[in-house]
Design a protein around this ligand. Structure first.
Ligand SMILES: Cc1ncc(COP(=O)(O)O)c(C=O)c1O
Length: 345
């Protein structure tokens, strides 16, 4: 029997329509700017986020990295959340690649707090790095897919304007926020100089992310993409499913949100269970249990795997489950049953 894979929404395979479009896409050499399918995807992405231009890159990590590289100078400092993907899981790229010093701050309901920002901005002093960039994340992965609202972003943007800081949004799952809040992604992107989003998380593409920003930033981003080895050739075969994802894949994210809420309701009934966030806001949840430590969660992960259900044990935070297109109602029920079995209900 097929496993119910809740480790991430990156595990999805392309849809039939995506395969068809991959086979039929007009192609060219994208390093020469000749791939019409990539050009269309970039244009549609920029329009969708209300930015002047966009750049197609293989991964969210590369999109974030290029954003940091284009919005800073070597020796600058950036403010970001201590549990953000950029800080935790991108191999320290900002310092290694661009000489940019990360300054982690606590996340408050998945966002930075404007007073923490104000207190962290460096004075103009030759002993200190220049604070030049703020990064946020929407939805916030390690906060259990929390959706960041325009009201949360506004005071951060105000602080950025007052202190002339740039703003980048890691919007790997920005369309989940669009669906959860019922407001266009462009509205959530408006305060940011640049925004990245991923086609391969929840949207079922095999690969691909976009960085959207000003025409000037994206032109410089093209240079940095080349520097990183990310200049690709007949890559319309990968942009084609991206176009399908943007036109067909976003509305159905609501189904993943619904199943995530159902999963939360059922897991909350297990003895000693705590759901974070409760209720879930998008397609991700964490479940933790009283008196279980990280070794205990590893053990639970293995027990669930033996029952054909895969989740991720993440340190002391508990087990992370992520809903996506390949988890239907039956898969959801199997996951719930497996949890009940290992918690002996
Ligand atoms: C919030 C967030 N940002 C960025 C990334 C990086 O994306 P990629 O794995 O495509 O490099 C991820 C990956 O899961 C993510 O969850």
């Amino acid at each position: 029997m097929q496993r119910v894979d809740l480790r991430s929404d990156t595990v999805t395979h392309p849809t039939e329509q995506m395969y068809q479009q991959m086979a039929e896409a007009p192609l060219g050499d994208d390093v020469f700017g000749d791939d019409p399918t990539v050009n269309q995807l970039e244009q549609e992405s920029a329009e969708r986020l209300g930015k002047e231009a966009a750049l197609f890159v293989p991964t969210g990590t590369m999109a974030n990295s290029i954003a940091i590289g284009t919005l800073t100078r070597p020796g600058d400092e950036m403010l970001l959340m201590e549990d953000s993907h950029i800080y935790l899981y991108e191999a320290g790229g900002s310092s290694r690649l661009w000489g940019v010093h990360p300054h982690p701050l606590p996340s408050v309901a998945g966002c930075l707090d404007a007073s923490d920002i104000a207190a962290s901005i460096r004075p103009d002093d030759p002993h200190q790095p220049r604070t030049s960039l703020i990064c946020l994340e929407n939805t916030h992965n390690m906060c259990g897919g929390r959706v960041i609202t325009a009201e949360q972003i506004a005071p951060v943007a105000q602080a950025a304007r007052e202190h002339r800081l740039k703003m980048h949004l890691d919007g790997a799952r920005l369309f989940h926020a669009e669906v959860a809040l019922g407001i266009p992604a462009a509205q959530l992107a408006a305060e940011f100089d640049s925004v990245s989003f991923c086609l391969s998380k929840g949207l079922s593409c095999p690969v691909g992310s976009l960085l959207c920003g000003s025409a000037e930033q994206i032109a410089e981003g093209r240079r940095l993409r080349k520097l990183l080895g990310g200049g690709m050739r007949q890559v319309g075969v990968l942009a084609a499913p991206g176009r399908v994802a943007l036109s067909q894949g976003i509305d159905r994210l609501a189904e993943d949100h619904r199943r995530c809420q159902q999963l939360a309701e059922q897991l909350a009934q297990l003895p000693g269970a705590r759901i974070e966030p409760n209720p879930p806001q998008s397609n991700i949840l964490f479940v933790a249990f009283d008196q279980i430590d990280s070794a205990g969660y590893q053990q639970m992960e293995a027990e669930l795997e033996a029952l054909g259900v895969r989740v991720l044990a993440i340190g002391e935070r508990g087990l992370r489950a992520v809903l996506h297109r390949q988890i239907d109602d039956e898969g959801l029920q199997r996951a719930i049953e497996a949890f009940r079995q290992i918690r002996s209900i």
